[in-house]
Ligand binder design. Structure first.
Ligand code: XUL
Ligand code: CO
Length: 477
């Protein structure tokens, strides 16, 4: 009986997968499978979608920008240069809508249900059409998103080379380049204990070989940055972990990456992307301050910057604004993975940023930083599981771009208005005194301060004016 039940489950599962693959097609839906014989189909992937244009705030067209006007100058710089928007290949072209409880919900018409090299090439063509229609010049990738893993390192590299050659050809005559590339060191079971921090030396070597290749191809495509996100660089329990040794290994790994970057003449910025946990219980690049301390300890401070992701910020108990400011005041703000989390959900939901207040604070940091080039705004964000139309991919990016564009306009308005910086200046005005100057210049020891305290008597303490600060902030929205 048990055997029969198991057999029936198998039958049902294969029937279900047949139904699923019967739904997927190999070229756009409106061609009704006419291009299904071609391995490397080269038609239009988004036939119903026009070039996305700026139509202004009153437009009701979901396939138009309301706030993002690429060529318009804000604070002396074109909007497109403030943002340097990028599409994340892994979410937009590899996201399936699957979650730990449910199967994939997205069956893009160009997918044939395989992870073949020809499918990878078709996706790459779709990526370039998507970027062009959106008017975005950058995209980001992991090595294994864009090309299938092989049985050996050599085979994986060969697959990658084939897809990279196509990307090189497709970017000809356009400004499209990778904003950054990275190596996927978290999906394959070999990385279950980490890559650079694995307890197995062979895994460390394999991870190094993978990063070496990913850096080479990023450089070959004219990529501007290279990212390290250590999703499995951390621990599940300290009882079985030599944390000091693992952190030393991670530093050696980064040193080798710096040396190799210089050797191949890659001038892109190396970026560490902090995240506190998920998938690992504790990740070593917990937040911006932890990553900065790591870089300082190991003498790597001048070789790296940080890629701040807003949803990672909230997972570490901070706001995105806090993480951006921590990176900025340490001279480490290099790139933004522009997304947001869900206040009720509590994990890395990677949603498109749609909160104008949050976006305004993000842009306050970016303006103070003088921009983030050669970094940019990478939409490390995905459609919700229930959004399944091809046009949703466009709508989501347009909405995310418009949100930060509104943020930029608001932040600029606030700067020109001047009341907020006046409030902050006033709050610290006691520090403009002679004593304040002496302290800030390191010329006031404890004995001198005690003398001053006695001289002044009980100090006056002024209001922090938090509500007024919020009122001014609101009036710029
Ligand atoms: C995971 C995450 C990654 C990195 C690149 O949370 O953000 O996709 O951005 O590896
Ligand atoms: Co990210």
């Amino acid at each position: 009986m048990k055997k029969f039940c198991f057999f029936m489950i198998l039958v049902c599962l294969s029937l279900a997968s047949f139904l699923v693959s019967a739904e997927s097609q190999t070229c756009p839906a409106d061609l009704e499978g006419k291009c299904s014989d071609s391995d490397d189909w080269q038609g239009e992937f988004f036939p119903g979608i026009p070039q996305i244009k700026y139509e202004g705030p009153s437009s009701k067209n979901p396939l138009a920008y309301r706030w993002y006007n690429a060529e318009e100058e804000i604070l002396g710089r074109k909007m497109k240069d403030w943002f340097r928007f990028s599409v994340a290949f892994w979410h937009t072209f590899r996201g399936t809508g699957g979650d730990p409880f449910g199967a994939a919900t997205k069956y893009w018409p160009w997918e044939d249900g395989t992870n073949s090299v020809s499918m990878a090439k078709r996706r790459m063509r779709a990526n370039f059409e998507f970027l062009k229609k959106l008017g975005v010049d950058w995209w980001c990738f992991h090595d294994r998103d864009i090309a299938p893993d092989g049985n050996t390192l050599e085979e994986s590299n060969k697959n990658l080379d084939e897809v990279i050659e196509l990307a090189k050809e497709l970017q000809k005559g356009s400004k499209i380049r990778p904003l950054w590339g990275t190596a996927q060191l978290f999906l394959h079971p070999r990385y279950m204990h980490g890559g650079a921090t694995s307890s197995e030396v062979g895994v460390y070597a394999y991870a190094a070989a993978q990063v070496k290749k990913a850096m080479e191809v990023t450089h070959y495509l004219g990529g501007e940055n290279y990212v390290f996100w250590g999703g499995r660089e951390g621990y599940q329990t300290l009882l079985n972990t030599d944390m000091e040794r693992e952190l030393d290994h991670m530093a050696r790994f980064f040193e080798a990456a710096v040396a190799y970057k210089k050797k191949i003449g890659f001038n892109g910025t190396l970026l560490i992307e902090p995240k506190p946990q998920e998938p690992t219980k504790h990740q070593y690049d917990w937040d911006a301050a932890t990553a900065a301390n790591f870089l300082r300890k190991y003498g790597l401070f001048d070789e790296f910057k940080l890629n701040i992701e807003c949803n990672h910020a909230t997972l570490s108990g901070h706001t995105c604004h806090h993480e951006l400011e921590t990176a900025r005041i340490n001279g480490l703000l290099g790139n933004i993975d522009a997304n947001t989390g869900d206040a009720q959900t509590g994990w890395d939901t990677d949603q498109f940023l749609t909160d104008v207040g949050e976006a305004t604070m993000v842009m306050m940091s970016v303006i103070k930083n003088g921009g983030i080039a050669p970094g940019g705004f990478n939409f490390d964000a995905k459609l919700r599981r229930e959004s399944t139309d091809v046009e949703d991919l466009f709508i989501a990016h347009i909405s995310g771009m418009d949100t930060v564009a509104r943020g930029l306009r608001n932040a600029a308005k606030m700067l020109e208005d001047g009341r907020l910086s006046e409030l902050v200046g006033k709050r610290y005005s006691s520090w403009n005194s002679e004593l304040g100057k002496q302290i800030e210049e390191g010329k006031a020891d404890f004995e001198y301060l005690e003398k001053k305290a006695k001289e002044f008597g009980e100090p006056k303490v002024a209001s922090a004016k938090q509500e007024l600060a919020e009122m001014i902030f609101q009036s710029a929205m």
